[in-house]
Write a protein that binds this ligand. Structure first.
Ligand code: BG6
Length: 311
């Protein structure tokens, strides 16, 4: 436990201490003085819960989908919450990533708790880190350091991924990165805007030629009424995801692409860790740098950021 504040209520009875930051066995719990909370597993630095109220309804409610069948014991990447994708998105295509699994290793390694970054009336944030371990080096032999800063405010959650190239040789570190947000929402209602006229690649196409063929989004609001796995390239970096009675705004920086994914029954029922009908309760809106590779020079740090706000 980092800090505890004793609160005396008007009846003079001591209420349980408010703990902005709790470090439990395998996870960290952040609690905002106004009631919002977030839970972060050290495994994969995966945020598995974010509860926040809206301006209209201040009662903190869950904003992220987490499958009832998700593995939280480190045996498999978490099906839900916000897994961190690094250094490759999807199956590896870069020669340096050839021994990595789909979506890279960041989501399936245990990160270190580093520090509490802020703890004040407005926000509480923590920093986790991941560097080369023998098991990572065995499959990815590059010098790097990752830091992940998660910040909780009353109506907002921010995630910042810092990628440092710690090499002493002049080689750039080339990578992809993405925040795999599972947004808890009725999938048959959600609309994502504004993606109209943005070029995208449709990974549900059955041929390689079809998947590599750029399409242009014609819809003013993108729905997921059918199996959807679309990679929008050069997207606006600011999105609204809305449904009847709810919505989230996503603002990003250094993440030029966005993936919209919903497996529907077709792909969802094949996943051992997806709860029955789970695909009806979320949409993944995943800001990232995933078309091509971004890079960072030796001794430098790249920062990719998203801010999720309750509308
Ligand atoms: C999305 C990809 O980001 O993640 C999909 O675009 C993929 O193609 C989905 O199926 C889930 O991936 P995983 O590895 O967590 O099952």
């Amino acid at each position: 436990m980092y800090k505890s504040t004793q609160v005396v209520d008007i009846t003079g009875l001591r209420r349980p201490p408010s703990m902005p930051f709790q470090r439990l066995d395998n996870r960290i719990v952040l609690t905002h003085p106004k009631g919002a909370s977030a839970e972060l597993l050290l495994f994969g630095a995966t945020i598995i819960s974010w509860k926040a109220g809206s301006q209209a309804n201040p009662e903190p409610t869950e904003r992220l989908f987490l499958s009832l069948k998700a593995f939280l014991d480190g045996s498999k990447p978490v099906r839900g919450g916000i897994p961190v994708v690094f250094p490759c998105f999807g199956p590896p295509t870069h020669p340096e990533h050839s021994r990595l699994a789909q979506h890279g290793f960041a989501r399936s390694e245990t990160w270190e708790f580093d520090s509490v970054v802020t703890d004040n009336a407005d926000s509480v944030s923590v920093r986790l880190t991941l560097g080369p371990t023998p098991s990572i080096t065995a499959k990815y032999n590059r010098s790097f350091h990752l830091a992940y800063v998660v910040t909780l405010e009353e109506h907002r959650l921010s995630t910042d991924l810092h990628v440092t190239n710690t090499s002493t040789s002049p080689d750039n570190l080339e990578f992809q990165a993405l925040f795999h947000n599972y947004i808890l929402a009725p999938a048959d209602q959600i609309l994502v805007r504004p993606l109209q006229n943005i070029m995208y690649y449709d990974k549900t196409e059955t041929t390689e030629e079809g998947r590599n063929n750029a399409k242009v989004e014609s819809r003013s609001g993108v729905d997921v009424h059918k199996y959807t796995d679309s990679v929008y390239e050069g997207a606006p970096q600011e999105y609204e995801v809305t449904w009847s009675g709810g919505g989230l705004r996503i603002q990003t920086s250094e993440l030029k692409d966005v993936v919209i994914w919903n497996p529907q029954k077709k792909a969802g029922s094949k996943m051992a860790d997806m709860e029955d009908g789970g695909w009806e309760r979320f949409v993944c809106v995943e800001p990232g740098y995933v078309r091509g590779f971004t890079n960072v020079g030796a001794g430098n740090t790249w920062v990719g950021r998203q801010v999720l706000s309750v509308m």
